[in-house]
Design a protein around this ligand. Structure first.
Ligand code: FMN
Length: 393
């Protein structure tokens, strides 16, 4: 811990783990951005439990196994991935680094893993597709079905492999830190304005070139001139379709011919409903603890969800992964792959594309080391016998 405290390197290549990247991001970002990146809902108990749940999983090593060659490669929807990881959809990445979505997508492409773009991202989905990354598009259930269909069709034309419908954020979680930072919607209070002034590197990277980032995939939803963050945030909240039920999934299934995933599932019975509704996959997620506080950690629900849907459905888990060993644990408990939210955002915020790539490199080498230490040379052979859950499950 002491070395972390003394650690004052600025270059991301010096970061030894995700916590080092987080320390760098903390120095670079103004308070309001850092709280946006890190914060959870209410008392942040779900946020904390996401980590505690991973820490409470023991890895059970086999010894005297030949681990001289280790392979991280797996398949996702029948196509190879370099390791069982994807970049989670996160909105407003332009706040952390200029063109943040594109930088993250390029880092994912270089590492051979898919990138899931948020619908409330600040780079046009066509621009992400042009990077050549394996591109997934996340959408929210907005009331305006014609415009929602427009985004889905744009994603189809751009060649996206999958649509991910996020279902756990239609009612917005209670993020008090967010409200405290503003005196009016998207108008920072004086304390935060002063704090922004104390972060010149962020101002030069994010604010000076193009002003506050704009939502680039919502053009048709927003009334003319409303695509600035200031105007759009409140408008978008009013657009969420709170009447949406499982019956409506058929509409999306009929519209979208490729892979469809439902994100925000925690219970086995909902996983079964997703399967019955024609989804190809699910993301077991609590939105990184940003929505319903005191809900279970997704990793704890994963074994029951996998048991319910059987071996063939694609199951992805997220929330709380900060170490390569967490991805190994996710595989052991039944996930095809796991999504990284904040871990790679820390890298992005610490150093743009180099930082995002450094985060992925760190996770990769930690995965590889973990395979060696547990005596399981191939990621695709990691199974339940390599872990023990001390609680949950
Ligand atoms: C800053 C931030 C923005 C997010 N924005 C979205 C979003 O636009 N759409 C979405 O489906 N999930 C969003 N999420 C949730 C992530 O997709 C993912 O579920 C979560 O980050 C996983 O937890 P982790 O950050 O602990 O890895 C966001 C998360 C963060 C941290």
């Amino acid at each position: 811990m002491l070395t972390r405290k003394l650690y004052c390197g600025r270059h991301v290549s010096r970061a030894q783990d995700i916590a080092d990247l987080r320390a760098m991001a903390t120095r670079r970002l103004p308070n309001f951005c850092l709280e946006y990146l890190e914060g959870g809902a209410d008392d942040e108990l779900a946020l904390a439990r996401n980590r505690e749940a991973f820490d409470a999983i023991d890895l059970l090593p086999r010894t005297l196994v030949d681990v001289s060659r280790r392979e991280l490669g797996c398949t996702l929807f029948g196509a190879p991935i370099a390791m069982p990881a994807l970049i989670a959809p996160t909105g407003f990445n332009g706040l952390l680094a200029h063109d943040g979505d594109r930088l993250l997508a390029e880092a994912a492409r270089d590492a051979g893993i898919p990138f899931c773009q948020s619908m409330v991202s600040t780079v046009a989905l066509e621009e992400i597709a042009a990077t050549g990354v394996r591109h997934w598009m996340q959408i929210y259930p907005f009331k305006d079905r014609a415009n929602l269909a427009g985004v889905v069709k744009r994603a189809e034309r751009a060649g996206a492999e999958a649509i991910v419908l996020t279902t756990d954020a239609s009612v917005f979680g209670n993020r008090t830190w967010d409200r405290r930072n503003y005196r009016a919607p998207m108008k920072l209070d004086a304390r935060n304005l002063l704090d922004v002034a104390l972060h010149p590197r962020w101002i030069l990277d994010v604010l000076v070139p193009h002003g506050m980032p704009r939502f680039r995939n919502l053009g048709d939803f927003l009334p003319p001139g409303m695509d600035s963050a200031r105007n759009a945030a409140a408008f978008l909240a009013s657009q969420m379709d709170l009447t949406l039920t499982w019956d409506d999934i058929r509409w999306l299934r009929d519209l979208w011919p490729r892979k469809l995933l439902i994100k925000g599932i925690l219970l086995p019975e909902d996983a079964l409903r997703a399967q019955a509704a024609g989804a190809d996959g699910i993301v077991v997620s609590n939105h990184g603890g940003r929505q319903l506080d005191t809900c279970p950690a997704p990793i704890d629900m994963l074994p029951a969800v996998r048991a319910a849907v059987g071996p063939d459905m694609t199951v992805i888990v997220d929330s709380g992964l900060r170490r390569g060993s967490d991805f190994v644990k996710a595989r052991a408990l039944g996930a095809d792959a796991a999504m990284s939210g904040r871990a790679t955002l820390y890298g992005l915020a610490a150093g743009g594309k180099a930082g995002a790539s450094r985060a992925i490199d760190i996770l990769r080498s930690e995965m590889e080391r973990t395979l060696g230490l547990i005596g399981c040379p191939r990621m695709r052979d990691v199974a339940a016998e390599f872990v023990r859950q001390r609680h949950g499950g």
